[in-house]
Design a binder for this molecule. Structure first.
Ligand code: PMP
Ligand code: GLN
Length: 379
């Protein structure tokens, strides 16, 4: 039995969703919207199923989707990409797995900035490497060059970077992106850049892909996700974007993880990526939902850390006058008050912040109001 899996906890998202179902609680834990996906994309998927797009797709992705991903990023970020830069995967989780397996060798170290998405450290270990955590500090979660550089050793192969950042909702500034780029160039590191939240920008924020910084296109592998762009998280259609050589290597890892991804969903996502009209209304909806949840929580006495991106806000329990750690609060709240949240300490192994819980605000007004009422009962 592999001790890595014997000693591993069940993912916090699964844990909290199961607890929400068991206790009939409002689920503001795992991040998924309960409204707002484009109907036209559902129709495109249904058409593709009916028209017979139901057998294995090419392993690297359907030509139409690889083309659509490249064209989408050209249009949005002026990157000059073609389908050779793209490998389609079954969600960004698989993209990250294939990226890590194709870049990292046993004995390497990979720097992650915590709190970090929960798949990073286990996948780095599965590749035989060691995750080196650099803790960002609330409430600003800023990247400081000295702290990241102190984690670089002769064995460091890569930085696994996440921007916009889950669970904090931070969109890192141009100076912070430059810190990552400079360290990568100076220490000859690869950057695995998880950019799944690139379009979920609140209140008019702007996103810059790391690969667009000078010198970074050749050393960055990006993970993207249609689940986030179209509010269809269960579809699990994602992609890797990298130099043609790096994309080809990642595609070798991908072919023995899932081999290929549902062709009908690829076809609908290719259609969706071609029309930019979904993006602005999505940002407006989620900005309004954030405001509603944030105002509601403040009215019942919670201190909120405001995000610039993602579906998530964090509540600072300590600053809200509660003397309780995040796990204890989250457990009691889902079992007794009727709302599931995610304890932020689940996103780090060393030195985690234990006074924050994450809530998903990508919900209809009724869901938000029910969640806020339940949070009020939890005080
Ligand atoms: N990375 C981050 C930072 C995420 O937040 C998520 C999903 N919430 C993923 C990766 C996984 O994306 P997917 O569902 O496409 O696998
Ligand atoms: N990414 C989602 C979140 O942060 C959950 C994904 C999952 O359940 N694995 O909540």
């Amino acid at each position: 039995m592999n001790p890595l899996y014997r000693d591993m906890k069940v993912s916090v998202f699964e844990r909290m969703s199961l607890a929400a179902a068991q206790h009939g609680a409002v689920n503001l834990g795992q991040g998924f919207p309960d409204f707002g996906w484009p109907e036209e994309i559902l129709d495109a998927a249904a058409r593709a199923v009916k028209e017979g797009s139901n057998q294995y797709a090419p392993s690297r992705g359907s030509p139409a989707l690889r083309e659509a991903v490249a064209a989408h990023y050209d249009r949005h970020f002026g990157q000059q990409l073609d389908p050779d830069h793209v490998c389609v995967t079954s969600g960004a989780t698989e993209a990250l797995g294939a990226m890590i397996l194709s870049v990292v060798e046993p004995g390497d170290e990979v720097i992650i900035l915590t709190p970090a998405y929960d798949s990073y450290a286990p996948m780095i270990r599965r590749a035989g490497a060691t995750p080196r955590e650099v803790a960002l500090q609330p409430p600003h979660w800023r990247i400081h060059r000295d702290a990241v550089e102190a984690a670089v050793t002769p064995r460091t192969r890569a930085i696994l970077f996440n921007n916009p950042h889950n669970p904090t909702g931070r969109l890192f500034g141009a100076d912070e992106l430059q810190v990552i780029a400079n360290l990568a160039v100076e220490h000859d590191l690869t950057v695995l850049s998880d950019e799944v939240w690139e379009h979920v920008l609140l209140h008019g924020e702007k996103f810059t892909p790391l690969a667009s910084l000078p010198g970074m296109a050749e050393r960055t592998l990006k993970a993207g996700s249609a689940g986030k762009i179209f509010s269809l998280t269960g579809w699990k259609v994602g992609w890797i974007v990298a130099s043609p050589d790096n994309a080809a290597l990642a595609a070798r890892a991908h072919q023995f993880l899932t081999f290929s991804t549902a062709p009908n969903l690829q076809s609908a996502v290719a259609f969706g990526l071609g029309c930019d009209e979904w993006i602005a209304p999505m940002r407006e909806r989620f900005s309004r939902a954030l405001e509603r949840m944030s105002e509601g929580l403040k009215q019942v006495g919670f201190e909120v850390l405001e995000p610039a991106s993602t579906y998530f806000l964090c509540v600072d329990l300590r600053a809200s006058g509660l003397d309780v750690d995040d796990e204890t609060f989250a457990k009691a709240t889902v079992e007794q008050a009727g709302v599931a949240t995610v304890p932020v300490s689940a996103f780090a192994e060393q030195d985690p912040s234990r006074h924050l819980v994450r809530l998903c605000f990508a919900k209809r007004d009724e869901t938000i109001d029910a969640g806020v009422e339940a949070m009020a009962r939890a005080r």
